[in-house]
Design a protein around this ligand. Structure first.
Ligand code: IMP
Length: 198
């Protein structure tokens, strides 16, 4: 089975390919299939954003499309950056700028860490206008001292529950086993297998 993944984030593509290849599912990034202008991300929840992107692209390219919306919710910041995770330090902010902003916000509050969680919401839309969804989360904490070079985004600042290493210090297969996106992808696979049985 081949699925198009509607994202420009190479980190997410790599994770999905690594996770799904053992089930015989090939993940293809959308820009290798078609050049489609991205929709505006107007949703206020991960669910809305994933749904909007998946349906939009599936209708445009007439193929099954997976879209994912994810982010980091930091308790001490009232759940921020949340759906604005990729734009925390501004519209075109880099991962490094977003990380610096997060460190700054925590320090402003006199904190060196805070409980946090990553959330992932995935929607698989078929051009015939039906779809499947799944979600996943990983709890942990964020710290103000970055460590590690793996993963992407806030990984150098995020320590999963039960670990002393940051997500950026874990090998990709281990991140995938415990991560929000890894769990959401697994649930999505189960849902695909279930509907195949019907
Ligand atoms: P999206 O592409 O709009 O879903 O934005 C996701 C953003 O959330 C990324 O740009 C990162 O800032 C953050 N994020 C989501 N998942 C992860 C992860 O696994 N590691 C680190 N940061 C993540």
């Amino acid at each position: 089975m081949r699925v198009v993944f509607a994202t420009k984030n190479r980190g997410k593509v790599k994770e999905a390919q690594e996770k799904l290849k053992m089930f015989g599912v090939e993940v293809i990034p959308i820009d290798e299939v078609a050049q489609v202008k991205p929709p505006e991300e107007t949703g206020e929840t991960f669910c809305e954003n994933a749904y909007q992107k998946a349906v939009y692209y599936a209708e445009k390219i007439k193929l099954p499309v997976i879209a994912e919306d994810s982010g980091l919710e930091v308790e001490a910041l009232g759940g921020k950056p949340g759906v604005y995770s990729s734009r925390f330090a501004g519209e075109k902010a880099t991962d490094q700028e977003n990380n610096l902003k997060l460190i700054e916000e925590l320090r402003k509050k006199g904190l060196e860490s805070s409980p946090a969680r990553y959330v992932s919401f995935i929607f698989l839309a078929f051009p015939e206008r039906y779809g499947l969804w799944s979600e996943g989360e990983v709890k942990g904490k964020v710290v103000t001292e970055p460590r590690g070079t793996g993963g992407f985004g806030y990984d150098p600042l995020f320590i999963p529950e039960g670990y002393s290493r940051t997500m950026a210090e874990l090998p990709l297969n281990e991140k995938n086993r415990i991560s929000h996106r890894g769990k959401a992808l697994e649930k999505l696979l189960k849902a695909i297998l279930d509907i195949r049985k019907l």
